[in-house]
Design a protein. Structure first.
Lengths: 125, 155
C-alpha cells in the first residue's frame, strides 16, 4: 500500500514540526511550500546561542530537521521541499507529470548552481 | 614493522583531520544562504587566504571587494540571463515553468531575494535592478496570495 505525501505530513499522533534557525536560509523554501500547500506545522526557530549544544543531538550535525506527525525524523532541506511540494492538494507545486518534474529539477539545479557560485565570495569574509 | 606503525599513525591522523574538516563543513552549511550569517562560517583560510585573525584588514577588505565585485560583474549577470530566458520561454508574465507556481519558483525566490537584502559588503540591495524581468518575477512570487499570507504572518 502506498502512502501519499499529504498523509505522511498530516497523519499521526503528533504535529508536523520544522526546526531551523530564524533566518531565510535553506529551510525558508520549505516553510513557504508547506504554507502554500496548506499543511499546518510548528515553525520552531532555534536560537544561534543554543546551536553548539543542540548540534551533537542532530542526525547529521546540521539543520533543518523535520519531525513528521508519526514521529519520523526527516533531514535535508531539498528532500523536505520535494515532499512538501508533492503534498500540494492541487498537485501544482510539484506535479506528478515526469516532463514537468524534469523542468522543475533543472530549475532547482540552476538555483543551486548560483548559490554555489556565490559561496566562495561569501565565505571569504 | 616500523614502517607499518608509521602508516597506521598517519591513518589515525588522517581520520582525525577528516573529522575536523567535516565539523567545519557542517558549521558553514548551517549558515548557507542566510541574510545574517554568523561569523564562525567565515574561514578565508579554507579558500587559500590567510586566517581571518592574521589577515591585514586593508588587504582583507580589498580582496573581499575584488571577489564580490567580480561575482556581480560576471557570475550574477550570467545567471540572471538564464532566469530571464526561462521566464521568456514560460510566456514572460508567469512563473519559471508556466502559469502555476512550483517549488522551483519558491527555491529561486529564496535564492535570488537574498541578493536584495544588502547584507553582504559590496553587494548593494539594488544589485538586481538591472534585471527587470527577474525583479518582476520575484514580485509575482511575493504577491501570490498564499506566499503573501505566509510572509505577512512572519513579519
Amino acid at each position: 500500500m502506498t502512502q501519499s505525501a499529504h498523509d505522511l505530513l498530516t497523519s499521526g499522533d503528533g504535529k508536523l514540526s520544522l526546526h531551523y534557525f530564524s533566518i531565510e536560509g535553506v529551510a525558508e523554501q520549505v516553510r513557504i511550500t508547506l504554507s502554500v500547500a496548506g499543511i499546518p506545522f510548528d515553525d520552531i526557530r532555534v536560537p544561534f546561542s543554543e546551536w553548539q549544544t543542540k548540534k551533537p543531538t542532530t542526525k547529521y550535525g546540521q539543520l533543518p530537521e523535520m519531525i513528521l506527525p508519526n514521529g519520523q525524523l526527516i533531514t535535508e532541506s531539498m528532500a523536505m521541499l520535494r515532499l512538501a511540494g508533492e503534498a500540494d492538494p492541487e498537485g501544482k507545486l510539484y506535479p506528478a507529470d515526469v516532463g514537468k518534474r524534469l523542468q522543475i529539477e533543472e530549475a532547482l539545479g540552476l538555483t543551486a548552481d548560483l548559490s554555489r557560485a556565490w559561496r566562495p565570495a561569501l565565505y571569504i569574509g | 614493522m616500523g614502517l607499518l606503525r608509521i602508516f597506521r599513525g598517519l591513518g589515525v591522523l588522517h581520520c582525525i583531520l577528516g573529522k575536523i574538516f567535516i565539523v567545519l563543513c557542517s558549521l558553514s552549511f548551517c549558515s548557507m544562504n542566510t541574510h545574517n550569517p554568523p561569523r564562525f562560517s567565515m574561514r578565508p583560510e579554507k579558500l587559500g587566504h590567510p586566517k581571518s585573525a592574521d589577515w591585514a584588514k586593508e588587504e582583507k577588505d580589498a580582496t573581499i571587494k575584488k571577489v564580490r565585485e567580480a561575482f556581480l560583474a560576471e557570475e550574477l549577470p550570467r545567471y540572471m540571463g538564464y532566469y530571464a530566458d526561462l521566464l521568456k520561454e514560460a510566456g514572460g508574465n508567469a512563473f519559471l515553468l508556466g502559469e502555476d507556481l512550483t517549488i522551483a519558483d519558491i527555491a529561486a525566490y529564496i535564492g535570488l531575494n537574498y541578493y536584495r537584502k544588502g547584507v553582504a559588503d559590496y553587494v548593494p540591495a539594488d544589485c538586481l535592478e538591472p534585471y527587470p524581468d527577474v525583479v518582476a518575477f520575484l514580485k509575482r512570487v511575493e504577491e501570490q496570495p498564499k506566499v503573501a499570507a505566509y510572509k505577512a504572518s512572519k513579519a
